[in-house]
Design a protein around this ligand. Structure first.
Ligand SMILES: NC(=O)c1ccc[n+]([C@@H]2O[C@H](COP(=O)([O-])OP(=O)(O)OC[C@H]3O[C@@H](n4cnc5c(N)ncnc54)[C@H](OP(=O)(O)O)[C@@H]3O)[C@@H](O)[C@H]2O)c1
Length: 184
């Protein structure tokens, strides 16, 4: 791939900016199915060389059964202060501490490809607060939740983000690609 490797938060949210309900339920998202989004996801994943996620997200994924681990041998950092189970065959690295150190480690492991920050919002916000989040790839789902886990709970307001692309999906969803950091 060409150009600088990017740290990207690729995520689906409600219109009102939630990525899960207050009980970490995402049935509102799952009801749309995955078929309409598969191509977009595959294109995105083709350029991903490392993955970062919070422990709540990780525990949700392994709760679905480790057979469904879809990240192969791609290195995946799980942020946690606890001891959590690993998955046979997966490259899972537990990490606790400052995101700035992890950022360098993950970019190096990605070997020129991008780093996908899966979520949750709090993890993406730790990157954004340090100016380390390059892009927000948001799929806005046509649904309003009213409350829940926020998309990006940063500690201070961003500048005006640069819109790089929009993608209409079936069922009324829209993909928005925003740049947060100035292009190198
Ligand atoms: N809509 C979507 O596309 C989408 C995408 C991703 C996730 N989700 C959902 O959104 C929800 C995410 O919730 P969330 O934001 O509350 O959780 P999360 O980010 O997945 O996990 C947060 C946890 O990660 C650990 N952690 C975070 N930063 C850390 C650091 N720097 N060092 C050490 N540990 C750290 C802490 O847990 P411990 O230390 O206690 O382990 C923290 O409570 C889940 O329900 C998930 O399924 C939705």
């Amino acid at each position: 791939m060409c150009g600088m490797a990017l740290v990207q938060y690729y995520v689906a949210s409600t219109i009102d900016g939630f990525i899960a309900d207050s009980d970490d339920n995402i049935d509102w998202l799952l009801q749309f199915g995955f078929d309409s989004f598969q191509d977009d996801y595959d294109r995105f994943m083709a350029d991903v060389g490392a993955i970062v996620m919070g422990s709540t997200t990780y525990e949700y994924i392994i709760g679905e059964g480790t057979d469904s681990w879809s990240y192969g041998a791609t290195p995946v950092w799980v942020l946690t202060s606890r001891t959590l189970p690993t998955i046979p065959g997966a490259d899972i690295r537990f990490y606790r501490g400052d995101i700035a150190d992890l950022d360098q480690e993950a970019l190096a492991a990605a070997q020129g490809k991008n780093v996908w920050v899966v979520g949750g919002g709090n993890v993406a916000a730790q990157f954004a607060d340090r100016g380390l989040l390059d892009e927000l790839l948001l799929t806005v789902m046509p649904i309003v939740l009213g409350s829940g886990k926020p998309l990006l709970p940063i500690s201070k307001v961003t500048g005006v983000l640069e819109l790089e692309a929009t993608t209409p999906f079936p069922q009324g969803a829209i993909g928005l690609r925003y740049r947060l950091t100035p292009p190198a």
